[in-house]
Design a protein around this ligand. Sequence first.
Ligand SMILES: *Cc1c(COP(=O)(O)O)cnc(C)c1O
Ligand code: SF4
Length: 335
Amino acid sequence: MLSTLNDFKQYFNLTEEEIEEAKKVIDTFPVRCTEYYASLANRNNLNDPIKKTVFPTEEELKNTLSDDPFKEEGQSPIPGLTHKYPDRVLIVTTNYCPVLCRFCMRKRNWKKEPFVITKEQIDEMAKYIKVTRVRDVLISGGEPLTIPDEILEYLILKLKEIETVEIVRIGSRLPVVAPNLLTNKKIKILEKGEKVWLNTHFNHPAEVTKGSEEAVKKLLKAGIPVNNQAVLLKGINDNEETLYKLFSTLQRIKVRPYYLFRCDPVNSVFHFATSVEKGLEIMRNLKKRLSPLALPYYAVDTYKGKIILFPEGAKYSKTGKGYLFKIANTKVSLP
Ligand SMILES: *Cc1c(COP(=O)(O)O)cnc(C)c1O
Ligand code: SF4
C-alpha cells in the first residue's frame, strides 16, 4: 500500500515541483494507492491518467464550493442512508478506500474518523427499507467491499430477506484498483445474496487489465451483472478516442457502460470538470461509431437528482396517416 509521497516516488515519475505541491495538499487530503493500481502507470508519461487519478495537485486547495452540494447528508432519514428517489435508497457503509481518487465526490468523508457500518445500524436501516417498501438498495462508500466479510454477509443476507427489495447494487472500485482483494469468499457472499448487481468505476482503458478482466469474469460467473459508472475528467478521459476505447473495451469484457457523469461541483474536485457541452459532443460522435449497447447515459447530478442529457429524445411528428421521423437529414414515415 502506498501512503506517503516517498512511496509514490517509487512508482511515478515525479518532478520536484510536483512533490512540493503535493506536500501542501496531503495534510488536508491524504494520498493512498494500491501497488497494483500504481503499477499500471506509464512512468514515461507525465500526463499519465493513473498518476492524475491518485497524485494530488495544488488545485485541490483552490476550489471554494460546497463539500456536499447534493445534500446527501441532509436527506438522511437515518444517518448513512439517503432516500432521494421513492424506490431507491443509498447506504454509505464505510469511508475507507484502498485508493484515494483525487476527483472523489465524497472527499468530505476522507477527513472523518474511519468508520464501518455496524450490525445495529444495518438492522435500523433494514427496518426503514421494509416500511418504505424500497425496491432497490445502493451500497456505497468509500469502498464497500473492504468492510469485514462478516458484516458484508450480514448486510447482504438482511437485504435478501426483505421481500420488497428486488435489487441490491454494490458500488465498488475493487475490480479497477485492487482485483486481488475481490476474493472468492466475497464473491460467494454476493452470490448468496441473489439480488446483487455490481456497479464499478473504470474511467480509462489503461485501467482494464488481465487482472480486472478476471475479477469481472468471476462476478459474471456468480450471476452478478456488472455495470460501469465513469466520470468525465479533464485531462484524463475527456476526448472521443479515449472514451471510444474505454466503452468498446468494457463491452468486450462484458461490463455494460451505464453512466458517464459530468464531474460534480464539489469542493476540491471541480477542477476536473469539463463543460456540459463537451460530454454531449463526445457522446453524439460516439453514437455514430458504437451500438447503444456500448453507450452509457451521459448525466449531470444535482441535489434534486440525476439529469440525463444523452441519449437525446428523437424528434418526430404525427401526421394524418401515422408518424414522420427524421433520420440523417431524411424523413421516414411509418404507420
Ligand atoms: C444515483 C443515486 C441513486 C441511483 O440512481 P440511478 O439513476 O437509478 O442509478 C439513488 N440514490 C441516490 C441518492 C443517488 O445519488
Ligand atoms: S474509489 Fe470511489 S469512493 Fe473511493 S476515493 Fe475513489 S471515487 Fe472516492
